[in-house]
Unconditional design. Structure first.
Length: 463
């Protein structure tokens, strides 16, 4: 058994499936064939029993005629068919016994000799069945003798049926093998195709999507899932490459500026004026901001991050976050409108919610035109408390929406470089919101502004 398991382990999926199908088909065919054979033999034996009963009835009909000649002819005819009879009167005296061919004592010497020989030969080959019959209104015992085994004709008939059954079994098994192969081959071909595609995906960054229509209906979802995986991996690889270039660019620019300015001061080309010191500070703060954003992302995605859930007033939080950008809002002539519908309290980690709002408001300010408005809204009328941040900026193209929350993704790289950042603000928001078991939703279209929804669970356990 162990060797069989080892052998099956090293076989191909196609061979295993074919072996399984052929085994199931063979077992089914064997069960049906044996059932048919047993049923047929039972029906055949019942047919023979019925024939003997009919023969007895015919003999009784002849006996009722009381014609010795007819009785002798009937006994002879039945004897030729392998049936012999013995009739006894109520006192137990034998009236006739065809096994000895001695009907009523009227047989000649040759027939007696034949009867004795037949009796000796049949004695060990016949079985009997005794019936009680009525003759002349008196009960008589009629014993029917018939061969204990099938006759030559009956055996030939049964052997012919068995041969036909064996031929049918062989033909059916051959057909099952053929149809198993025809069924398994397309299925395993799909598996081989998928295996080759996965192998290419693991060894090459340029793996191609597979043709979903070439797969059977039950495997099309697997093929579609592979294409989704392949596309996702390519996008993530592109995001990593893009992030590496963007990060290098963001670090190189302030470092190059600081290096050139400091070297110029060291060489006596420039003086260390307050204006240049402010410029140095500005470039330094760009570096600090990049490092801080990366640190925030790492912390937000840490599975060990714990939440300090409390119930707090959202309107107060809106005011505090807006105050952080008061100078920037004044410079861009942007007005922040705050609205609350329903209860103004939210159960969540206040610091994390403030961090999310800070990132969202910063993005809204970056992309909002001058003399526009940004709306901070909070509603608890639905089944889930929702915070929304809406701006009147250029919006986000629909092609970028599915990926806008991915790490390091930026729909417009040049625009983000001008505004400062490496495209991880929404990734931080999403990670923090998911720690609250919340959901991030974004509605936007080119030229119509953007609304970001922070949907929180209906209940949050307080720490």
């Amino acid at each position: 058994m162990i060797k069989l398991k080892r052998w099956l382990t090293h076989q191909s999926t196609q061979r295993k499936l074919m072996l399984a199908l052929i085994t199931v088909a063979s077992i089914g065919i064997l069960i049906v064939s044996l059932s048919f054979l047993f049923s047929f033999e039972r029906q055949f034996n019942q047919y023979l029993d019925q024939g003997r009963e009919e023969a007895a009835e015919e003999l009784l009909f002849v006996l009722a005629e009381n014609d010795p000649t007819l009785i002798d002819q009937e006994l002879h005819r039945q004897g030729m068919n392998g049936l012999f009879f013995k009739l006894e009167d109520p006192e137990g005296d034998v009236i006739f016994d065809s096994t000895q061919m001695n009907m009523m004592g009227n047989m000649n010497g040759r027939m007696r000799q034949q009867s004795d020989m037949m009796h000796n030969n049949l004695a060990a080959q016949l079985t009997d069945e005794t019936l009680t019959v009525s003759l002349d209104n008196e009960p008589h015992q009629l014993t029917i003798y018939y061969p204990a085994t099938y006759s030559a004709i009956e055996l030939n008939f049964l052997e012919a049926m068995q041969s036909t059954l064996v031929i049918a079994i062989v033909v059916t098994i051959v057909l099952s093998i053929l149809f198993s192969y025809l069924f398994v081959k397309p299925l395993t071909r799909n598996f081989r195709h998928l295996s080759a595609a996965l192998s290419t995906l693991t060894t090459s960054k340029k793996a191609k999507a597979i043709d979903v229509e070439a797969f059977s209906n039950d495997l099309k979802p697997v093929a579609e899932a592979f294409n989704t995986l392949q596309l996702t991996l390519q996008q993530e690889a592109a995001l990593r490459e893009r992030f590496t270039g963007d990060l290098a660019h963001e670090l190189r620019t302030p470092l190059a500026t600081l290096q050139s300015q400091l070297e110029a001061i060291q060489d006596g080309v420039f003086e260390a004026t307050p204006e240049r010191m402010n410029q140095f500070h500005h470039e330094l703060m760009r570096l600090v901001r990049l490092v801080n954003e990366l640190e925030q992302l790492i912390q937000a995605e840490n599975p060990q991050l714990s939440l300090k859930v409390t119930s707090f007033d959202v309107t107060v939080l809106f005011a505090e976050v807006t105050a952080q950008f008061e100078t920037l809002l004044s410079q861009h002539q942007i007005e922040v409108i705050q609205t609350v519908t329903g209860d103004n309290h939210l159960s969540a980690d206040r610091d994390k919610v403030q961090q999310m709002l800070t990132n969202l408001l910063m993005n809204a300010i970056k992309y909002s035109p001058k003399a526009s408005t940004i709306t901070l809204s909070y509603t608890t009328t639905s089944s889930r408390p929702i915070i929304a941040v809406t701006d009147q900026g250029p919006g986000i193209d629909q092609s970028h929406l599915p990926f806008i929350t991915e790490r390091f993704y930026r729909g417009d790289a040049s625009r983000d470089r001008k505004s400062g950042g490496i495209g991880i603000g929404l990734s931080i928001v999403k990670a923090l919101l998911e720690r609250h078991n919340g959901e991030l939703l974004i509605e936007s279209a080119s030229g119509s502004g953007t609304t970001v929804y922070l949907s929180f669970p209906s209940q949050q356990k307080q720490a």
